[in-house]
Design a protein around this ligand. Structure first.
Ligand code: KG4
Ligand code: ZN
Length: 344
């Protein structure tokens, strides 16, 4: 199988990213992966502001592509195809990326592939670990939360996901409620270390309902109520913060653990070599990670966690997804359009 060099572009949320990848499906090298974050631009707004994000992508995309080419030591003349996130995501950012990719593809007469951002995340374990199909993917980030059985480059079966907030979103909102800094996930994890998870009774939403769907917004509201009852007496003390953080994290771990067991029960009969892969920023949480790891062991499955830089938003995963999908579909070319909603 001949090696191809792919330029990937990602701009669907608050990271402007470009990457160069060389190889073929099942075996590829990340020659460069540049991610320009926008955290500081959104810091005062309590979340990503779509208009600010879109402008920042439009300003940074060309620089990002040039840096990715430079770091890989290649020029556009060395590129065989262009891959770009065409959705789902914030439409202004996705359009910026698609237009940038179209310009490059048109100028160099290159095939252009529009990639589903979630497919990029879902196929990453093949890039990093060469995991064989089918595998189970738990994608948990600030914007996503779902279980997928990945059976091929374009074959995804969604077993369930959040019906409201993504877990990272809940970590960020709870951090704000208990006066911890953003991003909330790492802050809560660090604070929970000194906390007593059993002090506050917090719910385990949807565990009483069959299936793999999850809910995190009620949990956040329960933390708010507990916080307010403490605030009646005084300012939140650091022990209160730690106990609320620990209680919240333990509830998320319980929900993800039980739903993972259910997903594994559906998935493991499909293969003799089961593997569960995690991706997304929330998967860097050690309490969550070790809970999923022990469930993998319960089911005799491999536990795969790609390095964080490839677990969070990046363009190498987009280039790789295109490399996988090239064997099964034609390029999209100039007809490619941005899709803010695009379920797998
Ligand atoms: O995948 P990611 O970098 O970006 C997208 O959401 O696309 O995920 C970011 C999310 C944030 O909500 C952040 O609070 C959460 O991942 N996160 C964590 C941890 N590190 C990052 N959540 C829990 N524990 C962590 N250690
Ligand atoms: Zn993502």
């Amino acid at each position: 199988m001949s090696s191809l060099t792919i330029l990937g572009i990602e701009s669907s949320c608050d990271d402007t990213a470009a990457a160069v990848l060389r190889g073929h499906a099942g075996s590829a090298d990340v020659m460069s992966s540049v991610v320009m974050g926008q955290t500081a631009l959104h810091a005062n707004f309590g979340g990503v502001v779509p208009e600010i994000a879109a402008r920042a992508h439009a300003e940074k995309l060309d620089l990002c592509v040039v840096q990715a080419l430079d770091k890989a030591g290649v020029g556009l003349e060395d590129i065989d195809a262009v891959a770009v996130t065409a959705g789902p995501g914030l439409i202004g950012g996705v359009v910026s990326g698609v237009m940038c990719a179209k310009g490059i593809a048109l100028a160099r007469d290159l095939p252009l592939y529009g990639v589903n951002h979630l497919a990029g995340h879902a196929l990453t374990p093949r890039l990093t670990h060469g995991v064989a199909f089918p595998y189970l993917m738990l994608l948990v980030s600030g914007g996503h939360c779902q279980f997928l059985i990945v059976s091929g480059p374009d074959e995804f079966k969604r077993l369930g996901g959040t019906i409201d907030d993504a877990p990272g979103e809940a970590f960020d909102k709870v951090a704000r409620l208990i006066a911890l800094p953003q991003p909330g996930g790492p802050a809560i994890e660090a604070c929970a270390f000194n906390g007593d998870a059993s002090r506050f009774k917090l719910p385990r939403p949807l565990l009483d309902r069959a299936g793999c769907d999850m809910s995190f917004s009620g949990l956040k509201t329960a933390v708010l109520r507990q916080r307010d009852s403490l605030l009646v007496e005084a300012k939140l003390k650091s022990q209160d913060q730690a106990d609320l953080a620990a209680g919240f994290q333990a509830a998320v771990v319980d929900v993800l653990s039980e739903k993972t067991r259910r997903a594994m029960a559906i998935y493991t009969p499909l293969t003799s070599t089961p593997a569960i892969c995690v991706a997304g920023g929330v998967a860097s949480n050690m309490a969550i990670r070790s809970a999923i790891q022990s469930i993998a062991a319960e089911f005799g499955a491999a536990f795969i966690a790609p390095p964080l830089a490839l677990c969070t938003d990046n363009a190498a995963m987009i280039a790789y997804a295109a490399l996988e999908q090239m064997g099964t579909r034609n390029p999209d070319g100039m007809a490619l359009s941005a899709r803010p909603r695009w379920p797998l």
